[in-house]
Write a protein that binds this ligand. Structure first.
Ligand code: ATP
Ligand code: MG
Ligand code: MG
Ligand code: MG
Length: 476
């Protein structure tokens, strides 16, 4: 079953059950407190917390999402993409727990021939919040045996925004991939074998005095209870398509295959290479979708995330032995795989490809000039009888040439040298502190309209440093 067909079945099912079908919002979050749309609920926040009355009582959608905090998992687990699509159904004060559970179960377990997703119910497990006897009872009522319902604590199965307002327990549905993938015993034991596919959130209470994710006071039941669900389209797709992971599904695999062709290596021959192929397939698609939503590579905010995704792709290709431009091939493969679901990637191809290809050219030039400088540093170190490249050399490469530290480490290693990492880290910290202080003084300066005009005249943008970003990690 193709990914697009799964999405269509989902929408058809909920439309048949009186849900209004709503188009996906942009990846650029409509909520100004976050950079990207990280879940299906983001565009519905005003309806869910009641600041705007919902124009419908029931809705369903396929929402494009970006989650940068999953970046370290990409390619290593079977199930984490930086870009993915979340299928969601919503009740704004209409049906509640029973409806949400029954709809989810019926769609998952109805035979394919009657429009369902055809899961064997013996492969499904669920979790409920530890105190949620109501949800437990509803799952029992549906026929799920007690052994396949696990009770989880607030850290996993309680939803809130971290602010006073609506909150409530969730119930999640997991698919058992079988003994080949890990230990038996349900999601409490092994979350790789037991893959989470669907989260049902029951917005039931109003909470206040929030001290942490698990500590807060319940004011009482909400007068209007809401349902917010999210099912990972790529996760269902990889299970239904009988492949090993989400990077091997029809919307992603063509990019992976193109990378394999370009590298002349084989997929499935070596774990490290395989992770790289999957990272490339994921990041190219995420970049394509970000570009199609108007994000452009830059040194701050969303643009910086996009830049990092593209540069990590180039790095990964390089580690696979390819140091020439590959974006024209990789991005076209992704465009072809995504254009049925998102025709805009073809309609806007000129603009998208121009931006992507230019970014690659620039970074390849950076790598080329950085490599020359690094070669000199290697020579100097060796001539002096040293074994370690100085921290300030590594920092200069990073700071002036945009040359990533992991690349410096790798090239040094190839030359039989180490890098004074501690000194490099100290210099990085000092730079961050400077950037922060700088940003603060600029903010103060911006309060003075005279100075502000000057900044605008210079076309200056305030760069607050990488520390503000969600995951800095070792990516670049
Ligand atoms: P996991 O525990 O597997 O990381 P999650 O609990 O973080 O998932 P939710 O926030 O509950 O995920 O999101 C709802 C659904 O969206 C998940 O059940 C899953 O099917 C899907 N999903 C979440 N994160 C990703 C991702 N990075 N890539 C693909 N699908 C995802
Ligand atoms: Mg997660
Ligand atoms: Mg989870
Ligand atoms: Mg979850």
């Amino acid at each position: 079953m193709k990914t697009a067909e799964i999405a269509q079945r989902y929408l058809d099912y909920f439309e048949k059950n009186d849900h209004t079908i709503v188009p996906s919002a942009s990846l650029v979050s409509p909520d100004p407190s976050i950079l990207f749309t990280i879940a299906g609920m983001v565009p519905f926040i005003p309806y869910l917390n009641g600041t705007v009355p919902a124009p419908y009582a029931r809705a369903a959608d396929v929402q494009k999402c970006i989650r940068t905090n999953d970046i370290e998992e990409v390619g290593k687990t079977a199930r984490h993409g930086t870009f993915f699509q979340m299928l969601g159904n919503w009740s704004f004060g209409d049906y509640f727990k029973q409806g949400a559970i029954e709809y989810a179960w019926e769609l998952l377990t109805s035979p394919e021939a009657s429009g369902g997703l055809g899961f064997d119910e013996r492969d499904l497990w669920v979790t409920v919040y530890e105190d949620d006897d109501e949800a437990f009872g509803l799952w029992r009522g549906i026929g799920l045996p007690e052994e396949r319902i696990q009770r989880f604590g607030a850290a996993d199965n309680y939803w809130s925004t971290g602010q006073p307002g609506p909150a409530g327990p969730c119930s999640e549905i997991y698919f058992d991939r079988g003994p080949k993938y890990g230990r038996d015993g349900g999601p409490a034991v092994d979350d790789d074998r037991f893959t989470e596919i669907w989260n049902l959130v029951f917005m039931q209470y109003e909470i206040t005095n929030v001290r942490s994710k698990t500590e807060f006071d319940v004011v009482g039941e909400l007068p209007k209870k809401n349902i917010d669900t999210g099912m990972g389209l790529e996760r269902v797709a990889f299970i239904k398509q009988g492949v090993e992971n989400m990077y091997e599904t029809d919307q992603v695999r063509p990019v992976l295959d193109r990378a394999v062709d370009l590298s002349g290596r084989r997929y499935g021959a070596n774990h490290e290479d395989d992770v790289r192929f999957r990272v490339i397939a994921d990041h190219v698609r995420s970049s394509l979708m970000l570009l199609s939503d108007g994000v452009t590579p830059s040194n701050e905010g969303r643009g910086y995330i996009l830049r990092r995704l593209m540069r990590r792709t180039i790095r990964s290709m390089r580690l696979l032995g390819v140091d020439v431009a590959t974006f024209p091939e990789l991005f076209s493969a992704s465009r072809d795989a995504m254009s049925t679901a998102y025709p805009v990637v073809t309609e806007d191809w000129d603009r998208i490809s121009r931006s992507a290809f230019a970014e690659e050219e620039t970074f390849l030039r950076t790598l080329a000039s950085g490599s020359t400088i690094l070669d000199l540093a290697v020579e100097k170190t060796k001539d002096a009888g040293g074994t370690s490249i100085a921290g300030d050399e590594a920092f200069l490469l990073h700071d002036t040439y945009g040359f990533p530290i992991d690349l410096t480490l790798e090239i040094a290693e190839e030359a039989g040298l180490s890098v004074d990492r501690a000194a490099f880290d100290t210099l990085m910290q000092e730079q961050r502190a400077r950037a922060k202080a700088d940003a603060k003084s600029r903010k103060r300066a911006l309060a003075d309209p005279g100075v502000y005009r000057e900044f605008r005249a210079l076309g200056e943008t305030v760069f607050t440093g990488y520390t503000d970003l969600e995951t800095e990690s070792s990516v670049l």
